[in-house]
Design a protein around this ligand. Structure first.
Ligand SMILES: Nc1ncnc2c1ncn2[C@@H]1O[C@H](COP(=O)(O)OP(=O)(O)OP(=O)(O)O)[C@@H](O)[C@H]1O
Length: 296
């Protein structure tokens, strides 16, 4: 079997007394989208900045195609940083051309423009493009050297839902072209849609890892019924047989027998108009594993 594109062994990063990354291990085969999912401050950016070579690890090992990172890594990797300042008086096209000229290996310009859907904004100054357009340009810049491995650090943070979905489509296309992607996000939905393998990161450690289906199977799938706290006439009895989670948003019940649970809720006088039945998802899993919400 060919060696993984990227392997990370016992990676640690301390900033003074802050233990940002506390021993992370993973291995990424070619052609997949690997996601680091976790709340703010979990250590996602620190982890990928160590791999990218922006930060020096306190300890641990990073291998690219089975070897320590060297020239090949620098030439074959594309990076979309979480925040990048663009030259405001340059146009989108000029920015792309300058960026492409920095590399020996270059993706064809028309392909970059087509993949990242920049056709309509090529003549616009960087100062005048929207958040979604800027993210698409940053993505095109990350693809400028036709990389084998691409890092995307929270590519859709701050975008409106429509721009977010647009970027998901583009990233999906890049994935289908056979590239290997590493993506960080604190959006469960984004990880579920784009990633083949997800590592859930909390407080500097990976607390669960697998395909979305494996994670849900291992840690509990089933159904979640949510309802407002005051949508029940009666009190929930102490011997209620299903897992209950209370929050400001209301009550969430995790059950493998939704029919029976619904019957029990109806018997307690539940207002059916204020009740939602949905599949258990990765956000539920995260809350069950850590006791905290994924998003702040
Ligand atoms: N340069 C630094 N100096 C000191 N502490 C830092 C530094 N960079 C990050 N940290 C701390 O390390 C921890 C992990 O931060 P990191 O940015 O890696 O998290 P993250 O999961 O990427 O969060 P976000 O989703 O907000 O980007 C946090 O407690 C953060 O405050």
């Amino acid at each position: 079997m060919s060696s993984p594109v990227l392997e990370v062994r016992n990676l640690v990063k301390n900033f003074g007394s802050v233990e940002a990354v506390r021993g992370i291990d993973f291995s990424i085969p070619s052609g997949i989208c690997f996601g680091l999912l976790g709340p703010n401050g979990a250590g996602k950016t620190t982890t990928i900045e160590m791999i990218e070579g922006i930060l020096t690890p306190t300890s641990g090992e990073i291998l690219y195609k089975g070897r320590p990172r060297g020239r090949a890594f620098r030439e074959e990797v594309g990076i979309q940083l979480q925040s990048t300042e663009l030259l405001l008086l340059q146009t989108v096209l000029e920015t792309l051309e300058v960026f492409r000229s920095l590399y020996h290996r270059r993706a064809p310009l028309d392909e970059l423009i087509r993949i990242c859907q920049l056709q309509d904004i090529l003549d616009k100054d960087n100062a005048k493009i929207s958040g979604g357009q800027k993210q698409r340009l940053l993505l095109a810049m990350a693809l400028a050297n036709d990389p084998d491995l691409i890092f995307l650090d929270e590519p859709t943070t701050g975008l409106d839902p429509q721009a977010r979905r647009h970027l998901w489509d583009i990233v999906g296309g890049i994935k289908r072209s056979g590239k290997t992607l590493v993506l960080t996000t604190h959006y469960m939905e984004e990880a579920e849609i784009l990633c083949d393998v997800i590592a859930i990161v909390d407080a500097g450690r990976i607390i669960a890892m697998g395909t979305p289906q494996e994670l849900l199977k291992t840690y509990g799938d089933g159904t979640v019924i949510t309802l407002a706290t005051d949508a029940l006439k009666d009190r929930i009895p102490d011997d209620f047989p299903w897992t209950l989670r209370r929050s400001e948003a209301g009550i969430a019940i995790h059950t493998d027998h939704p029919g029976e649970t619904l019957k029990a809720l109806v018997a307690m006088g539940a207002d059916m108009n204020r009740l939602l039945v949905r599949a258990y998802n990765l956000e539920d899993l995260f809350i069950e594993l850590t006791g905290r919400e994924l998003r702040p």
